[in-house]
Design a protein around this ligand. Structure first.
Ligand code: BDR
Ligand code: CA
Length: 307
């Protein structure tokens, strides 16, 4: 069976790191054309270096293009309080001799998507959408050329940075707005679904038991990350970013409905809010509402064992 070509735009971030490793561990099913990095959880130099270290860990030959070092209009807000100063604290990965590939991430996205047949490439986004917005402005044909855009971001209900907004959309609301107004075929994994995918002690033990270096790094990162549960309460942080990659591999793990998603860019209190209207006659996204968390962790363990 032909492999599904993907581009993964990310801001690693422990949960982005797990998404990257899941994609690279599934090279029989997914052809990861490139990773593109954006400033988000930590500044751009760190997200890029983290992506390079993760590609090295997976033993993959996938280019990493660095992209936007700040949101389109707003100052950058990072999340070291959740992810630690490196963004992937707990992974304990050595420095790598690998260097970023030449060319800005937005240009790399344009070139990669235009070089493939129409409707073949899926763009997965697990950070602020700055690179996607830049690419869509550079190449207005891009949204229509993509097979899909699978995005972790937003919330149907409450946000996780403000009561209104989720981190990725809050960091660059203007970019998110451009993407949701682009006409691309979007599949959205909002907080409401990623909060069903919790890193429990038992799930962590199963990952640790896989026993290879990639699984050890994932277990180390998730042990760090679950203790920093941004919602407060017990150490069971939600594993957001692997959701869209898991969906590409096993779509039956998720259920959702079509809705019209609009991004707030005007109200100071609501900045980055995603308004999800399931009653709209003009839907622009499939919005996921339910996840099979056990199935996702089983998939993750099975795939990590291959690295
Ligand atoms: C999103 O924000 C980041 O902290 C995570 O990596 C994830 O992409 C969750 O709101
Ligand atoms: Ca992320």
């Amino acid at each position: 069976m032909a492999r599904h070509p993907i581009l993964l735009d990310c801001d690693p971030g422990q949960d982005d790191a797990v998404a990257i490793l899941l994609a690279l561990a599934a090279e029989d099913a997914l052809e990861t054309i490139a990773l593109t990095t954006v400033a988000g959880n930590v500044p751009l130099d760190r997200t890029t270096d983290n992506a390079l270290r993760l590609v090295e860990l997976a033993g993959a030959e996938v280019p990493v293009h660095a992209g936007a070092d700040r949101p389109l209009l707003r100052p950058l807000v990072t999340a070291e309080q959740v992810h630690g100063p490196t963004g992937i604290d707990g992974a304990d990965l050595p420095p790598t001799g690998r260097r970023p590939a030449p060319g800005h991430a937005a240009c790399a996205l344009v070139d990669a998507i235009r070089s493939r047949p129409p409707a073949s490439v899926t763009l997965v986004a697990t950070g602020p959408l700055t690179n996607l917005a830049l690419a869509f402005r550079l190449a207005p044909d891009l949204p229509g050329r993509l097979r899909r855009v699978a995005i972790m971001g937003g919330a149907i209900g409450l946000g996780n940075v403000t009561p209104a907004a989720e981190f990725n959309f809050h960091v660059d609301p203007h970019a998110a707005r451009i993407v949701f107004e682009s006409g691309a075929d979007i599949v959205l994994f909002p907080l409401d679904v990623t909060h069903q995918v919790r890193v429990t002690e038992e799930r962590l033990a199963r990952i640790r038991a896989v026993g290879n270096p990639a699984a050890r790094a994932v277990a180390g990162m998730l042990a760090f990350y679950r203790g920093r549960n941004p919602e407060g309460g017990p150490p069971q942080a939600p594993l957001h970013d692997p959701c869209p990659v898991a969906w590409l591999l096993e779509p039956q793990l998720f259920r959702g409905r079509r809705a019209e998603v609009t991004i707030e860019t005007d109200s100071p209190l609501g900045l980055g809010r995603s308004y999800v209207d399931f009653r709209s006659a003009d839907p622009n996204a499939l919005v996921m509402e339910q996840a099979d968390a056990e199935g996702l962790f089983a998939l993750l363990c099975a795939r990590l064992a291959r690295l």
